[in-house]
Design a protein around this ligand. Structure first.
Ligand code: TMP
Length: 202
């Protein structure tokens, strides 16, 4: 049996990745999942990470919680699905840690890469779709949301995260595609579908 393909969406809050992950998964008949919170254990880890009452979580502990969520997710959801020949579409992946805990919080990106390579047993997404959105569009989309612990971070933090994604995309064009996410839902969906077809032939 042919292995499934592992596709991840990345980008800032409000970039539309959850909507586009769901659309793509429906089109491909893929398993739709997410980090953090793609498993029952992950949901409990996510609750800690997002809780605005959590004010004393250290940056390293935060990074390790995301890695623990991911280890469980890869073992329980992603790898079994791929082995069973299903495609997997994930709303965020290991690259979110490199962007948020690395570029955003300032932890060493190479350390995070090593820790996470172990956590995922080297199962990296084959294709990463970076939905890039202008900060002004993002702010408008976020206006009506109740903000979680990450969303309350400074503008400078979010600029560093976005630059982190852009840097990773530029450094690894074989695996990354940057999609302009400022357009209409249908425009973005079309661009996503084309990228998946061109890169993976599915
Ligand atoms: P979202 O999945 O609802 O977009 O929100 C997840 C939040 O968690 C988002 O602000 C990014 C953050 N996050 C990290 O900081 N590191 C990670 O590894 C992951 C997966 C998410």
């Amino acid at each position: 049996m042919e292995r499934g393909r592992y596709i991840a969406f990345e980008g800032a809050e409000g970039c539309g990745k959850s909507t586009h992950a769901a659309r793509l998964a429906a089109e491909l008949g893929a398993v739709l999942t997410r980090e953090t919170g793609g498993t029952a254990i992950g949901a409990r880890i996510r609750a800690i990470l997002h809780d605005t009452d959590v004010t004393d979580l250290t940056d390293r502990a935060e990074a390790l919680l995301t890695a623990a969520d991911r280890a469980q997710h890869l073992d329980e959801v992603v790898r079994p699905a791929l082995a069973a020949g299903r495609h997997v579409v994930s709303d965020r992946s290991v690259h979110s840690t490199l962007a948020y805990q690395g570029h955003g919080r300032g932890l060493d990106v190479d350390d995070l890469r090593r820790i996470n390579a172990w956590a995922i047993a080297d199962t990296w997404p084959e294709l990463v779709l970076f939905l890039d959105v202008d900060p002004a569009v993002q702010t408008a989309r976020m206006r009506h949301r109740e903000l979680d612990r990450f969303e309350r971070e400074s503008e400078a933090f979010h600029v560093r995260v976005r630059d982190g994604f852009a840097t990773m995309a530029a450094a690894d064009p074989a695996h990354w595609v940057t999609v302009d996410a400022n357009g209409t839902l249908d425009d973005v969906s079309t661009a996503v579908r084309r990228a998946v077809h061109d890169r993976l032939g599915i």
